[in-house]
Design a protein around this ligand. Structure first.
Ligand SMILES: Nc1nc2c(c(=O)[nH]1)N[C@H]1C(S)=C(S)[C@@H](COP(=O)(O)O)O[C@H]1N2
Ligand SMILES: [Mo]
Length: 247
């Protein structure tokens, strides 16, 4: 069997199998997502395994500047809670993002400290599971660079990340975390990242659906086992969405 025939066979196998069988096939080919054995159950194995086979490390599409949406849609409206408004009034000088878990050097970074890492830009689409999308340019540090600075353990398998907004946490596998288009973003369309779009810091990963691009980022946690993360039950999966939201 050549490579592409085998790939098609595996995708067919995954698509045709029940959740549990798909988990077995995916596991046998090293495509097991965390939920296969962990807190998220076998159901997510199908999407993850099939998508990983189809897309691998392929970058999300990048667009020319003229495709940038004139009126990007901010999901959730402006924040009105006192704590956030205080940060905003202070120009986010007190905002911090922690990097902890399986790292040699846990860090707590200000926005200025995130900006000190090499800046990268991407013009990509943010695609919501509800069916709308917009294209924008995001500027940020690569999550990979932050993980290296913190000395992420070679055995790390997942990155779990949190907003200061209760319930907003997501997780990705280490391959997605280290992908060149996965940013801790602080800029949008040439300016600061506006509050409505998650300022001062948001996760930005264009290879997956919008809900994975968590806004108001305050913590990045490195682990080898999502079952160890007490809050694994919150975030998109708890709401009934796919853990692996590849597009
Ligand atoms: N903290 C936080 N992050 C979030 C959300 C949110 O409401 N709060 N919405 C998510 C969803 S469902 C989508 S589609 C995108 C929307 O990003 P936007 O506001 O830039 O459109 O952010 C995601 N990240
Ligand atoms: Mo969304």
């Amino acid at each position: 069997m050549n490579h592409s025939t085998r790939r098609r066979w595996m995708i067919g196998g995954l698509a045709g199998a029940s959740g549990v069988a798909a988990g077995k096939i995916a596991g046998a080919y090293g495509l097991m997502p965390p939920d296969g054995r962990g807190p998220y159950g076998p159901g997510h194995a199908l999407t993850y395994g099939a998508q990983r086979l189809l897309t691998g490390d392929a970058p999300a599409r990048e667009f020319p500047r003229e495709k940038i949406s004139r009126q990007p849609f901010a999901n959730g409206g402006p924040r009105k809670d006192a704590k956030y408004l205080e940060h905003q009034a202070a120009g986010f000088a007190g905002w911090r993002v922690a990097i902890d878990g399986m790292v040699a050097r846990p860090m707590t970074l200000s926005v200025a400290q995130v900006k000190a890492y090499p800046a990268h830009a991407q013009i990509t689409s943010l695609t919501c599971e509800e069916g709308w999308s917009y294209i924008a340019e995001w500027t940020g540090a690569r999550l990979a660079d932050l993980l290296d600075a913190a000395g992420a353990d070679a055995g790390a398998k997942y990155v779990v990340y949190y907003s200061d907004q209760t319930g907003w946490m997501e997780s990705i596998d280490i391959g997605e975390a280290r992908h060149g288009q996965t940013f801790v973003a602080y800029g949008m369309n040439g300016g600061e990242l506006p509050p409505a779009f998650g300022g001062p810091l948001r996760m930005r990963l264009p290879r997956q659906l919008g809900y994975k691009s968590v806004k108001y980022l305050t913590r990045i946690h490195v682990t080898d086992d999502l079952a160890k993360v007490a809050t694994a039950g919150s975030g998109s999966v708890a709401e009934g969405y796919q853990w692996y939201a590849g597009i």
